[in-house]
Design a binder for this molecule. Structure first.
Ligand SMILES: [Zn+2]
Length: 403
């Protein structure tokens, strides 16, 4: 058994509004093995914990481990050659027409071996844990063939078994219709072959579909989601990113755990998500890199919808795994308060992964996943952006990063 004292604590319970982070001054957290055993103020610490091994928190801020609930972690190559052109205003359609965009990442990912993808992703995760990230959702979707999608999901399985961060794998075979096949053929492949194979090998917890004009229609997504649910997968969706396609309404209707992007969500979409309890995931790095209008997170929070924030780490629209950067942008682009953003990357992100019972807050019985941020307050942390304010990352009760 170990305790950490001399800390200020934000418990980030699910109860209360998104801005209630449950602050406690001069707190103590006790953990036994991989679980939290006791949480409270120092003055109330039971005698039996007084003489156990103690870590001095040096008045830093103890928070639940950060959760990045939307990434495309494993991919081949980069797309830095397109960056200057996109900044200069070259239309994405022009870049894709000559084989750039997602197709170039698909090509590079297919050419990469499983070991290449594994060691590259491992390095990313090592840097993410230094930033205080303890759980990462990882999507496939750059393989777009049965073998290559399985290859990506096997990389995530290996990562989950060989390094400390919690990995939540998502099958995103319906990311884009690959070149050399028709929409109909590809949807059939996803439904009849890929989803059953993913489920049979227990390679993913979620199935995601990119619902958009240039990706998959609501009708196509309906068939894919039905098969995924039949095979026991939970649902996440990329929706309403480039236009309003009633994606939020569709996500609510099919009981999706989360609907992500949502820059063009309508008032009807907001109300539908409120009724279904679907978590909205804001991806402000993608908004920034693609020069889009930001998601109006205020409208969602004020309507009572839970909002999470993630990086969307991918080589095209969000080439950064820096979750604290996305958090700062959650304040400045999405107009969320620093306290709301903190819950967006802890308890609300846990909700977006269907894992609210085990991670996302500092509570007795939950996993001992936490970080120690060197800052006088939550406001100061998100206002004074630095490369890394994290001093300590603990996952499952084990120290996995120390500054
Ligand atoms: Zn994405």
């Amino acid at each position: 058994m170990i305790k950490i004292d001399n800390i200020n604590l934000a418990q980030c319970l699910d109860s209360g509004t998104q801005s209630e982070i449950h602050l406690m001054k001069d707190a103590v957290v006790v953990w036994d093995g991989n679980l939290i055993e006791w949480v409270g103020s120092k003055s109330e610490l039971p005698k039996k914990y007084k003489n156990i091994q103690t870590v001095d928190g040096q008045k830093a801020l103890l928070l639940p481990g950060l959760i990045d609930c939307h990434t495309h972690l494993a991919f081949g190559g980069w797309r830095s050659d397109e960056f200057g052109e996109r900044v200069a205003g070259v239309p994405y359609a022009e870049i894709t027409a000559r084989g750039g965009g997602i197709s170039s990442t698909v090509k590079a990912t297919r050419a990469a071996t499983e070991d290449d993808l594994y060691s590259r992703s491992y390095d990313f995760l090592e840097k993410m844990r230094a930033l205080g990230v303890t759980t990462v959702e990882c999507k496939s979707g750059y393989g777009l063939s049965l073998d290559d999608e399985m290859k990506l999901l096997r990389v995530y399985r290996r990562l989950g078994e060989s390094q400390p961060l919690r990995i939540v794998p998502t099958f995103l075979g319906a990311h884009l219709v690959p070149q050399g096949t028709t929409r109909e053929e590809y949807c059939k492949l996803v439904v009849d072959k890929m989803i059953p194979e993913v489920a049979k090998n227990a390679l993913a917890e979620f199935c995601d579909v990119f619902v958009d004009d240039h990706a998959f229609s609501v009708e196509e997504a309906t068939l894919i989601v039905a098969k995924a649910k039949e095979c026991g997968l939970q649902i996440k969706l990329h929706v309403d990113q480039l236009s309003n396609g009633k994606g939020a309404e569709f996500a609510a209707e099919c009981g999706a755990t989360s609907a992500d992007h949502l820059e063009y969500i309508s008032e009807d979409g907001i109300q539908a998500m409120k009724r279904s309890g679907t978590v909205a995931v804001s991806l402000p790095l993608a908004t920034l890199y693609t020069f889009q209008k930001p998601l109006d997170a205020r409208a969602l929070i004020d309507a009572g919808v839970d909002v999470a924030i993630a990086t969307d780490f991918n080589p095209g629209s969000a080439p950064s795994y820096h979750l604290p950067l996305a958090m700062m942008l959650g304040c400045t682009l999405n107009r969320m308060s620093p306290a709301e953003v903190l819950k967006a990357v802890t308890i609300k992100a846990a909700k977006a992964l269907g894992k609210i019972d085990t991670i996302g807050s500092i509570e007795v019985g939950k996993k001992a996943d936490f970080v120690l941020i060197d800052t006088p307050s939550i406001d100061h942390w998100m206002y004074h952006f630095t490369e890394n304010a994290n001093r300590l990352t603990v996952i499952n009760g084990n120290t996995v990063f120390k500054a």
